[in-house]
Design a protein around this ligand. Structure first.
Ligand code: HXH
Length: 340
């Protein structure tokens, strides 16, 4: 019989001396993956339930029911909780940027609303959430521009970034505050993220960490690129976390839709890649305080149908039946070797 998830060492124990091991969850997966989550993980992030549109759909309406359920699950299982996310250009309610006539609000009104929002949500989970992704994905992927154009920059210019960190710090002076982004190991974007965070530190903005989303695949980014990104970010003296780790079976521009199960060679390649990634993470264990997967097992991932409709993906250490994959065994062996 195949070993099931609770007959192998728990990930959270294997890396207890190194970093927290987290998973993104939602109201369905805390039910369907309950035992797996409780056994292997010691940190959770809400996949969608704390995003602006989820908790604050209308100016006078906060909806905390789903977020509360996830926070309660974490508390009941003695897990840490990360908050995701306070400021983003997606999944943010339109009303935030508009007056009653539908015209753009002033910068002052926007900042007032942002402060109220941040105080309400960060204040609510003050004793439960130890770290927040305060600002998500504001860097432009391509070209010379530092920031992507969004409603935030259109109305407020670059100042909304510092404001968000200041408001979050007022609301919970104990919370660790992160800047979070994807394509974080791409040299051009890496240097822009560094520039942004460096300038925030120079202005005295309360920021404590950088979140590397780490939506990677079998081929990209290279280990050298990941290593260079970790070193550059760590040189700012901040703590780092992998906040949304997954290793897709497909190159970003691969459109194939023929597979209904991963090929054996793909599983082996993924195992080697996970081992190499965790070897690197252990090398930088003094700088890295958390490694969160953007899911827990292959029965549910945001990469099913994204970016290619009708295609499943298998990006995690546990398969769709919650059994440990070759990738789990390679990572576990590495951890054991490290301890020996
Ligand atoms: C993350 N974005 C978010 O932080 C998280 O909140 C969400 O649940 C999942 C992933 C990653 C991402 C960023 C840009 C992006 C896609 C994913 O842009 C594309 C859009 C369409 C096609 C290709 C890229």
């Amino acid at each position: 019989m195949n070993p099931t998830f609770h007959s192998v060492p728990a990930l959270k124990e294997l890396f207890a001396a190194d970093f927290k091991i987290g998973a993104a969850v939602n109201p369905t997966t805390i039910r369907t993956q309950k035992a797996l989550l409780a056994y292997h993980f010691n940190s959770l992030t809400a996949e969608n339930e704390m995003k602006f549109v989820s908790v604050h759909p209308k100016e006078q309406t906060y909806t905390f029911e789903d977020a509360d359920r996830l926070v309660n699950f974490a508390r009941e299982h003695g897990m840490a909780m990360r908050g995701h996310t306070l400021v983003w250009h997606n999944q943010t309610s339109d009303w935030l940027f508009q007056d009653r006539q539908g015209a753009a609000v002033s910068k002052e009104v926007l900042f007032g609303r942002l402060r109220e929002h941040i105080h309400t949500i960060v204040g609510r989970y003050k004793n439960e959430i130890y770290a927040w992704d305060v600002v998500n994905e504001v860097i432009a992927d391509e070209g010379e521009a530092l920031l992507r154009t969004s409603k935030w920059t259109e109305i407020a210019g670059p100042e909304f970034i510092a404001k968000a960190f200041e408001y979050a710090h007022e609301a919970d002076p104990q919370a660790l505050l992160f800047y979070n982004d994807y394509n974080e190991s791409n040299p051009l974007k890496r240097d822009k993220i560094y520039t942004l965070v460096h300038s925030l530190l120079e202005q005295g903005v309360p920021i404590h960490g950088i979140g590397l989303q780490a939506h990677w695949n079998l081929y990209d980014p290279s280990l050298d690129e990941i290593k260079a990104a970790i070193e550059k970010y760590a040189s700012l003296g901040l703590q780092l976390q992998l906040t949304e780790l997954d290793i897709s079976m497909f190159r970003f521009d691969d459109r194939r839709t023929d597979l209904t199960a991963p090929e054996p060679a793909m599983l082996e390649q993924q195992a080697e890649r996970y081992e190499a990634v965790f070897r690197l993470l252990l090398e930088y264990r003094d700088d890295i305080s958390g490694v969160t997967f953007w899911g827990a097992a292959d029965d549910y991932t945001w990469l099913d149908n994204f970016p290619v409709r009708g295609r499943k993906n298998w990006p995690f250490l546990f398969d769709a039946q919650h059994q440990p994959k070759a990738a789990y065994h390679r990572v576990a062996a590495l951890a054991a070797e490290q301890r020996a």
